[in-house]
Ligand binder design. Sequence first.
Ligand SMILES: CC(C)(COP(=O)(O)OP(=O)(O)OC[C@H]1O[C@@H](n2cnc3c(N)ncnc32)[C@H](O)[C@@H]1OP(=O)(O)O)[C@@H](O)C(=O)NCCC(=O)NCCS
Length: 179
Amino acid sequence: MVDLTLRRAGPDEYELLGRMNRELIEDEHHRNPMNAAELAERARRLIEKGWSIELIVRGREIVGFATYRREPAGPLATQFHLRHFFVARQWRRRGIGREALRPLLARCKRGECVVIDVLEANPEGRAFWSSMGFEPYALRMERPVYVADLKFLRSPPAARRGTSNPKATLAINELLVSP
Ligand SMILES: CC(C)(COP(=O)(O)OP(=O)(O)OC[C@H]1O[C@@H](n2cnc3c(N)ncnc32)[C@H](O)[C@@H]1OP(=O)(O)O)[C@@H](O)C(=O)NCCC(=O)NCCS
């Protein structure tokens, strides 16, 4: 068994959190383009909004972090939403993820569910959560919005019949390049 502690991250650790969050994004193949400095700033905002960010510490070394909060899940119930869970690359497959999850689960209430989004592009993450007893509940599906979709809704009936509308076309092009 690995000897770990979890403790709240302080303001002087946001920079480190930003760097770890950037690695997490890369490792799970998330699309988030924020750099480490932006993620450090976001860590501060998340804490202001009620998220808890805890560092996973082994001896004196910070080896990962977890971000979570309790949220409503329907009119009566709550859920424990685990937003980030990260073990530094050099520390993986040594049981740290497994051991760090224990104190987090101990913070839950009886009858509550722990929820985490696992990206389709992250089979390693999925294998980890499966081995911790998590099961898929929902599958989020998506598809890009195509020019044709926007044209149909935004342009006047004349344009749908083939008359071009330069203003509507410009608006559509602007939408397509926005991040
Ligand atoms: C997922 C992650 C937190 C796992 O942490 P870890 O400390 O390496 O996990 P553990 O060593 O405690 O592994 C526990 C069990 O999970 C499973 N597991 C963990 N990583 C795995 C992998 N890459 N492939 C397959 N199974 C894996 C195994 O069953 C493992 O037990 P075993 O080593 O005895 O076979 C870590 O790999 C990580 O931070 N990845 C990048 C970020 C990420 O994907 N986070 C989760 C977002 S959903």
